[in-house]
Design a protein around this ligand. Structure first.
Ligand code: NIG
Ligand code: FE
Length: 403
């Protein structure tokens, strides 16, 4: 699609084809009185002042703020069933242990692919309306070869039938199903599931934490995944410091996610290995847990990304703008670091920083027009839906009424 976006009051974007770390994470390009030209879905020109003559369709930003489309690099948006009871039990003092994952597993096993897709479709719609144009979705609520394949097929179908770029991750090693021993299930994941999902998933994730997969078990799964061409990711040190961040560095994982309880050694190892830290402050907020050490990560030179972790158990938040507010309020990130975390660095956590996550020639024409005049207003208006229009690959895929 071709599109000219003009009358942009302020255009803010990170620049580059890889994650931005340290001081560079907060250094963005800001253009006033800007325009942007998209041809065949890709950005071809960004500038200030009067736009060039353009014969295709145009969209006025009405003097407002424009940023790249948001990238959510960690969700579990495909699920069935309800965990409202578990949520309410926590408000009465019960602790989150991850045990509720098996409640969702039971419901997902009952659902067919079509039902999973139709349950997820309005969730993705809502995310799109909030500005998310790329979303990663994990399997991990099937825990049998058939049910994991069903989830990954549903994830693929969502990518084909919604405007969003949908990135699939295999998370067979999410929990242990009741019907098999630990060893039997691990063998099943490595020997049967991984070869079958290799064509459907891009990444392999493991929940490496207290009560779940040990670092040794996670290493076995992720090394097998790597041999099949799946890039490793980790749910790391969410519940306790088990050394999962160190493992992510040793394996050359693309990202280590959560990190509420990351050790100092884990921070240093991630910085050396260039692993992206995907922080999910919505989960810490919902579970009333301590927030991850975002400033220490940035100061150590670890590129920080932000995701929602949208899932039915630990984080029913699907709004990346709300998570960006939490990043500024609770993680101590600046609005600039936050925008980079939810765009270019999130794209890097999905191996897509070369094609999206910033607004510059060659990148996909994914952008949001916000009802804001400058960047600081995004995290400030907590829980407001500030998006006015969302553009995906040069196509206006959503606009607020009256725009
Ligand atoms: O990222 N930590 C493991 N998995 C999810 C929660 C899944 C669930 O409770 O259903 C998470 O928090
Ligand atoms: Fe998660």
């Amino acid at each position: 699609m071709d599109l000219l976006v003009h009358e942009i009051g302020t255009l803010v974007t990170p620049l580059g084809e890889g994650a931005r770390a340290g001081a560079a994470q907060g250094q963005l390009q800001t253009l006033k009185d800007a325009y942007l030209v998209i041809q065949d879905g890709k950005v071809v020109e960004v500038g200030s002042g009067s736009p060039p003559a353009f014969s295709g369709p145009s969209l006025s930003a009405q003097g407002k703020l424009v940023t790249p489309g948001l990238v959510d690099p960690h969700t579990h948006a495909v699920f069935a069933g309800s965990r409202v009871e578990e949520f309410l039990a926590r408000t009465r003092g019960q602790r989150y242990t991850g045990g509720g994952i098996l409640t969702t597993v039971a419901a997902v096993r009952q659902a067919n692919q079509r039902e999973l897709v139709e349950l997820a479709r309005p969730r993705l719609r809502r995310m799109l309306e909030e500005g998310t144009t790329t979303v990663e979705i994990k399997s991990g609520y099937g825990l049998t070869p058939e049910d994991e394949l069903k989830m990954l097929s549903a994830i693929r179908e969502l990518g084909q039938t919604t405007p969003l770029t949908v990135v699939p991750t295999f998370l067979g090693a999410h929990a242990f199903p009741a019907e098999l021993s630990r060893q039997e299930y691990l063998d099943l994941v490595v020997e049967e599931m991984l070869p079958q999902v290799a064509g459907l998933a891009e990444f392999c994730d493991v929940f490496c934490d207290q009560g779940f997969y040990t670092p040794e078990e996670a290493r076995r799964v992720l090394e097998a995944a790597k041999r099949l061409g799946l890039a490793p990711k980790l749910h790391a040190d969410e519940l306790a410091p088990v050394g999962a961040a160190e493992l992510a560095a040793a394996l050359g994982a693309i990202s280590a996610d959560h990190l509420l309880h990351i050790s100092q050694a884990g921070i240093e190892a991630m910085a050396r290995a260039g692993v992206v830290a995907v922080l999910l402050p919505g989960t810490a907020f919902v579970l009333a847990e301590p927030y991850p050490p975002a400033r220490a990560l940035i100061e150590a030179g670890v590129p920080v990304a932000l995701g929602t972790d949208f899932n039915p158990g630990s984080c029913p938040i699907s709004s990346l703008p709300l998570v960006m507010s939490l990043a500024v309020l609770k993680l101590g990130l600046t609005p600039e670091e936050t925008l980079c975390a939810a765009t270019l660095n999130a794209a890097a956590a999905l191996n897509r920083a070369h094609e999206l996550g910033s607004l510059e020639p060659g990148k996909l024409g994914d952008l949001v027009i916000w009802d804001a005049n400058f960047l600081g207003e995004l995290p400030y208006f907590i829980g407001h839906r500030l998006s006015l229009a969302v553009v995906k690959a040069g196509e206006v895929v959503w606009r607020a009424s009256g725009v």
